[in-house]
Design a protein around this ligand. Structure first.
Ligand SMILES: [Fe+2]
Length: 265
């Protein structure tokens, strides 16, 4: 069985359609989505309907919860506050009801479990060794049979193995899973890239040969920018610059983080 892994669609329908075309070519059998179908983006109802029609296993992200008033957005940055208020107005009744029914975590096919940030908070960022280990330990408590945890929220492609540590970060590529260890997989964001380039990301988990292939795909960014502007959304909502300024600064931070993680082992 092959699972299409999605996260952080953020109402970006052109990016979602590009990713689904790719996953169709990859002949996936079922879909798992780690939340944030809405927020930032111009097509929240359409994205929820599209993912629902796939029969995907979906959980609630923090943007779903903000849009339906279950999480406050007042303390967030302006683009989040503005787009959350816009999304709350734009949601039609059936879509709002769908979002209200999404669980915080769920079991998908083949020993896969999915949540948005961590099992304990949709706002937790799992991007380092300490957080990854904590999620896998919590998984063992909550879903003892699960072998793969699918996350979103950071918008960064990431694979972490309980035994071997970091397998992949922030790029396309293929990793191999081992039966004896749990793994954590974040496919990266479909609809709001935080890379240097604007890309839509998704992954394919092949349960047969125990691999995860991370994909990146281009989409009609110019057309989507126009849609954001026409609908009165923040113009820059489709892309956020990578954390930490210049590429050199980010590389330096990554080196320091890995050194710290080695010391923490
Ligand atoms: Fe997100």
């Amino acid at each position: 069985m092959r699972l299409g892994l999605l996260a952080d669609v953020h109402g970006n329908l052109p990016a979602l359609e590009a990713v689904l075309a790719l996953l169709d070519r990859e002949a996936v059998d079922a879909y798992v989505c780690a939340g944030d179908l809405v927020g930032y983006g111009a097509f929240p109802n359409e994205c929820v309907a599209t993912v629902t029609a796939l029969g995907a296993t979906v959980v609630a992200g923090n943007h779903e919860l903000m849009a339906i008033g279950r999480l406050p957005s007042e303390g967030m940055i302006p683009v989040v506050r503005e787009s959350t208020a816009w999304t709350a107005r734009a949601l039609d009744e059936p879509t709002a009801a769908t979002l209200a029914g999404l669980p915080p975590s769920a079991e998908g096919p083949g020993g896969v479990v999915v949540t948005h940030g961590s099992f304990d908070s949709p706002e937790a960022y799992v991007r380092d060794a300490i957080a990854a280990r904590a999620v896998l330990a919590r998984c063992a408590e909550l879903y003892s049979e699960a072998r793969v945890v699918v996350l979103g929220h950071t918008h960064e492609a990431f694979a972490w193995s309980g035994g071997r540590g970091e397998l992949l970060r922030g790029r396309a590529g293929t990793v191999t899973l081992e039966a004896a260890e749990r793994a954590l997989v974040n496919p990266g964001a479909v609809g709001q890239s935080r890379d240097d380039r604007v890309l839509a990301r998704a992954a394919v988990l092949d349960l047969g040969d125990a691999t995860v292939r991370f994909h990146e795909v281009e989409y009609d960014v110019d057309g989507y920018r126009r849609a954001l502007r026409e609908r009165g959304l923040p113009y820059s909502a489709y892309h956020a610059p990578p954390r930490g300024g210049s590429r050199a600064t980010r590389v330096a931070r990554r080196v320091v983080r890995r050194a710290r993680e080695r010391l923490a082992r």
